[in-house]
Each structure stands twice: as C-alpha cells, then as structure tokens.
Design a protein around this ligand. Structure first.
Ligand code: GLP
Length: 238
C-alpha cells in the first residue's frame, strides 16, 4: 500500500482531490466510487474548486442508510447532492446510489451490483474509515461480505453517526452497502483517514493482521491502494 502522510486535513483533502482530478483528466469517462462521512467533504470542495469536467463521469456511491427517504437531509443521496453533484457538471443520470426507499432491499442490492458491472466496474474508489474499521457499511464480522448487501448497523456505528441526527433513536438501523468484494474489484482505491480518534484503527488497518473484524484490513492485499492520513491519524503508522 502506498502511504501518504500530510500535515493536516486541508493538505489531506488537496492530495486526495489531486489524485481524483488526475484520474478524470486521464480518463474523462471514469467510473468513480464515492464515499460519504465528514472526511471526504474537503476533497469534494477541492474537486469543485478545480473546475473539472464531470460531464462524462459516472459515480457510484458506497452506501445508503435503509430505510431513509432521499429528502432526509441525513440521507447519503442528499449529502452527495449538497457536497458535490449540485456543484459540478455531472449528468444526474450518471450518479448512482442505493435506493434507501426500495421495497425489496435484496433486489435493490442485486440491481446495484449489476449496474456497477454494466458500467464496466469502478476505476477509482474513494473510501473513508469507520472508527470500528468499517468501509462503506461493511461492519466487523466473521467473514468479508462479497457483494452489495443489506446490513444491520453496529451499535458503535449508530452511536458514532448519531452526531449527525437529532438523537441516536433517529439513526436508521440498517443500510445497503457495496460489499468488500465490490470495493476490492475497483482498479484503484484511495482511503482517507483524518484525526487522532482514528490513530488506533489506522494502525490496525495498515500494520495489523488481515481480519474481518477489521474490514479495511483486507485492503493490504489490493494491488493499487493509496492511504492518505493527516499527522494526527498517522501517529502510530511507521
Ligand atoms: C459512515 C460511512 C463510511 C464512512 C464513515 C466514517 O459510517 N458509511 O463510508 O467512512 O462513516 O465517517 P467520518 O469520515 O465522518 O469519520
């Protein structure tokens, strides 16, 4: 894995933005895998400011809460429109996210997995990292889930994400997420880790054993992974 350690959150965001910008310039019809959470917000700002041409880009998001209406300002659908899609010239029909209102979540997961394959697979997947080592909503488990699936969120994830909701009771208990296999199929992966609170999990992901209890640890086996950390998150990274 290629490890980049930057001074602070702004330089982390600029470094990630530059890698994505290069991808789009080299291949204007790139298929991007995108992430939510607070960490990639600065990267999206950087991309907006770079004035890139998104007109032929396709985007597939990692995950969405379930159930959640698109109009809920905590849905990832809403997040992506706010932070990126409404601010660049991407064609809305080329933006994809699991439908948090689907009546049949299993069928929705299959449809999503097929849509990614139909687009030719993901060229570059952007990832954040959950405090418990999750990527997307692939929670610690006894195995690495392969494809897009319907998942029950960990209590620790509900707790961590309750900061965005009025109370933890309002956090949806389930999600639809790309699987570890879906993520692993991306040709290039860029993971962002920011802040001291993530220092322990960053060390486990980068230097620890490959263990489905730390889902992101599987990235050690992927042939093209760049992990960008700020100094605080990289405290225990050698
Ligand atoms: C959510 C998302 C993840 C994200 C994680 C970390 O749970 N499903 O994709 O990486 O939060 O969020 P943050 O960047 O806010 O720490």
């Amino acid at each position: 894995m290629k490890i980049i350690i930057t001074d602070n959150y702004n330089t982390l965001s600029a470094a990630a933005g530059d890698i994505i910008a290069q991808q789009i310039k080299a291949k204007p019809d790139s298929v991007l895998g995108l992430a939510t959470g607070s960490t990639p917000i600065g990267t999206y700002k950087h991309l907006v400011e770079a004035g890139l041409d998104f007109s032929n880009v396709q985007a597939f998001n990692l995950d969405e809460y379930y159930p959640i209406p698109r109009t809920n300002d905590q849905s990832y659908y809403y997040f992506m429109n706010e932070n990126l899609f409404s601010q660049v010239n991407i064609d809305k029909k080329n933006t994809h996210i699991q439908n948090g209102e689907a009546s049949d979540p299993q069928a929705e997961c299959q449809r999503y997995e097929d849509a990614i394959k139909g687009a030719g697979g993901i060229d570059l997947q952007l990832l954040g990292l959950g405090l418990n080592g999750h990527i997307g909503f692939n929670e610690p488990d006894s195995h690495f889930p392969k494809a897009t699936h319907h998942v029950a969120l960990d209590e620790s994830t509900i707790e961590a994400n309750s900061r965005f909701f009025a109370s933890s009771d309002d956090v949806p208990r389930h999600a639809l997420t790309m699987g570890i296999g879906t993520i692993f199929n991306a040709r290039k992966i860029v993971m962002l880790i920011s802040g001291e609170a993530k220092a322990d999990i960053a060390k486990a992901v980068i230097h620890g054993n490959i263990d489905p209890q730390i889902p992101a640890s599987i990235l050690q086996l992927h042939p093209d992974v760049t992990i960008i950390l700020d100094k605080d998150a990289a405290k225990y990274v050698k």
